[in-house]
Design a protein around this ligand. Structure first.
Ligand code: AKG
Length: 288
């Protein structure tokens, strides 16, 4: 049984390259302190104008600990009914050679977990969070996607620039809010979020299948980039059309986060064709 991931494996994961200027940044996001209770009309206006809002101390250290315990419970396979673990694709073959603890560090994502782990359901229903999301979307929120996004030390991969709504078959005018909750400190080095302030107001943009379903690297206005480092317990809310992405984690520190997506309770769905008309590149005179 291996206790850790070999150097070859790390080298292979790090061989996936992207232009480093994609995650350069001119400014660092400011935010508010005082938890969700500190969100006032001024913060709502900020959200609608810039497409995001940072609440630095949204969750207490005890809430973060409880949430991480719930996440590790699922990552360690302690709920046999839970099937939502996704490994770093290049490393999936290694998983049976690793100890339970070492295996945590090749997991890229866990998904659709709220009904398998009460501690994770609890944070998705956090009263302060839901109140703010409700205020933003102007309706009772429905959670429609839940993910744990894990960038393991050294090998955590990039999430290229994208708009979340490019992934969802939701009516195009649906107000979608993402809540991204840092469970470790998220920094420039371990893969914190980068955003383009105000980009949600530009509507859907064309996505391409490249390293992922993503905005073309050359279409990212890097000169408008804002970096969003967060301490554990910090929360970044963003609009479903905001352009955002995260660099790889080449540091020796973990970067674990939860991401919840909410829309109004009454939201229906559209066909993939309709989504692709808005977000796809097929038949459009665009190249990447
Ligand atoms: O947490 C990350 O690294 C990126 C998450 C993200 O933007 C997404 O999954 O839509």
């Amino acid at each position: 049984m291996l206790k850790s991931i070999s150097k070859d494996v790390i080298d292979a994961a790090q061989a996936i390259l992207y232009p480093s200027e994609l995650y350069s940044y001119d400014s660092i996001a400011e935010g508010i302190w005082g938890g969700f209770e500190a969100v006032t009309d001024a913060e709502m206006q900020f959200f609608h104008k810039h497409g995001y809002l940072v609440i630095h101390d949204a969750f207490t250290p005890a809430e973060v600990r409880e949430t991480l315990d719930g996440m590790l419970h699922l990552m360690d396979g302690k709920n046999p009914d839970f099937r939502g673990i996704q490994y770093e694709p290049k490393l999936v073959k290694q998983k049976s050679d690793l100890s339970t603890k070492a295996r945590r560090d090749i997991i890229r994502k866990i998904a659709s977990f709220v009904n398998f782990e009460p501690r994770l359901k609890a944070i998705s229903e956090h009263e302060g969070l839901i109140k703010v999301v409700q205020h933003i979307i102007g309706a009772t929120p429905k959670l429609f996607q839940d993910m744990g996004l894990i960038k393991p030390p050294h090998i955590g991969s990039e999430k290229p620039w994208h708009q979340d709504c490019a992934y969802f078959n939701l009516p195009l005018d649906t107000p979608v809010v993402a809540a991204w909750i840092a469970l470790d400190e998220a920094t420039a080095e371990n893969g914190c979020m980068h955003i383009i302030s105000g980009s949600h107001r530009e509507g859907p943009v064309v996505h391409f299948n490249r390293r992922d379903w993503q905005i073309c690297d050359t279409h990212v206005p890097v000169d408008r980039e804002v970096m969003v480092p967060l301490k554990a317990g910090g929360c970044l809310l963003w609009h479903g059309l905001l352009h955002h992405g995260t660099p790889a984690n080449r540091s020796n520190l973990r970067r674990r986060a939860l991401q919840f997506h909410y829309c109004p309770e009454s939201t229906g769905s559209i066909e993939t064709e309709e989504r692709m008309e808005a977000f796809g590149s097929e038949g459009k005179d665009v190249e990447c």
